[in-house]
Design a protein around this ligand. Structure first.
Ligand SMILES: CC(C)(COP(=O)(O)OP(=O)(O)OC[C@H]1O[C@@H](n2cnc3c(N)ncnc32)[C@H](O)[C@@H]1OP(=O)(O)O)[C@@H](O)C(=O)NCCC(=O)NCCS
Length: 160
């Protein structure tokens, strides 16, 4: 794809936390929070503040980034414990260009290389369920309401 030829992939560093947070909060407000209870917004967005992302990095969580040539962050896939995918976002104008697919492949390979992981989990937003199905994930249970009221679809992927 012509547009994606300008995209570079790399591991995020603490100095990227502000840009990651801005992208995550923007995409979350547009695509995840509508349809969710009002109580879900503040706690979800708080986990996307720069300081929270920096702390996650310090704790060893891995943030894989898609960036334009000018350095702008347009996609992020974060992995906890080399097995749980969270904060998976692509800038709206880049949706449908294969960026999530490439981010997921890098994140998967990284976890396999580091920990030999074969079982992956995530809590999907309604919008992302079909995307995760394309990656091979299947629902691992019914829709779940978190303490904050946020409703998610637990999913898992077991590699052969
Ligand atoms: C979910 C999201 C990250 C996908 O990013 P994307 O870059 O547009 O996805 P891609 O273009 O890489 O598509 C990945 C695969 O899903 C498929 N896909 C994408 N959108 C789809 C849709 N709405 N319905 C069905 N399939 C879809 C693509 O065809 C592609 O399949 P393939 O690789 O087998 O050909 C992006 O839509 C997003 O940021 N959404 C808002 C935030 C969100 O809900 N994040 C998930 C939090 S759990």
């Amino acid at each position: 794809m012509r547009r994606s030829s300008r995209i570079r992939f790399r591991l995020g560093q603490p100095q990227d936390a502000r840009a990651i947070g801005e992208l995550a909060r923007r995409v979350t407000r547009r695509w995840i929070l509508p349809g969710q209870p009002a109580t879900a917004a503040a706690p979800l967005l708080a986990g996307m503040r720069a300081w929270a992302i920096r702390r996650k990095m310090t704790d060893g969580q891995r943030f894989h980034l898609a960036c334009l040539d000018d350095g702008r962050v347009i996609g992020v896939a974060a992995m906890r414990d080399d097995s749980h995918l969270f904060q998976f976002f692509v800038s709206t104008r880049w949706h449908g260009c294969g960026i999530a697919r490439q981010l997921w492949q890098r994140t998967l390979r990284d976890a396999q290389r580091r920990a030999g992981t074969r079982h992956f989990t995530l809590n999907a937003s309604a919008m992302a369920v079909p995307v995760y199905r394309r990656f091979g994930f299947v629902p691992s249970g019914p829709l779940k309401a978190k303490d904050t009221g946020l409703v998610v679809q637990p999913m898992q992927l077991d590699l052969p």
